[in-house]
Design a protein around this ligand. Sequence first.
Ligand code: DHB
Ligand code: FE
Length: 282
Amino acid sequence: MARIVGGLTTSHIPAIGNAVPKEKDLVNDPYWKDFFAAYPPARAWVQKVKPDVAIVIYNDHGLNFFLDKMPTFAVGAAFQYQHADEGWGIPTIPPFQGDPEFSWHIIESLVRDEFDIASCQEMYVDHGFTVPMSLFWPNYSYAGIKTIPVQINTVQHPLPSPARCFKLGQAIGRAIESYPKDLKVVVLGTGGLSHQLDGERAGMINKKFDMMCMEKIVNDPESLARLSIRDLVREAGAQGAEFILWLAMRGALSGKISVVHQAYHIAISNTATGVMVLENAA
Ligand code: DHB
Ligand code: FE
């Protein structure tokens, strides 16, 4: 049976995607060094555990879904996923391999569980997906791992509630654990932590709230699932609502959780960055 080996979280700021190919030169750069210092321990865990499949829970920011058609929940079922132009040219990173058979198992299981998601046999993946994959699999070394995109709307209100996203994660966990193939599965939750990109509060950060979220997501995610979207926007900013993606990731981890690594850093673009490696023991 497929087994959930753990959860990974990271912020997904587009500027990171541009910095990743220059990481070797930036590890001593005053602006980037503390940011990149957070990743080697997470990469070491990924290399040790060697997951076969990554379920990537992220939000699309207008590349594949725009305001005209915005599914609340969408799951990819393609053989391959590609990045595309988000406004700074056609990206040259290698494509991501899919696993349509596993995708359809998850889609069927979710719909049976009353999550009526959109299934996508063609899907572009944006920085919400590509930046985390490029950070945890350095030098674009993700060719050997299959990926399944799970997209949650954090852009066009109404957004699904934290409680609903936590339950979706639990349903994804049940779907994974009922898949008959012997696969090691890691679940990524991307985005956050506190940030607001526009309006009067542009640039706001709430370190106290972020710290509370990083603490509670380990042993008391239910208390975070009781927050409303309004609470998240007020405390963490309009884009800080991306924390629902972390909650969906956490919902999928059904076993005993231990924190292998965590880091928090303020100063990249407009966003407080958070990294966590949560190991999931059966
Ligand atoms: C930034 C953060 C995001 O989550 C995003 O999707 C785009 C930009 C930023 O801080 O620049
Ligand atoms: Fe974002």
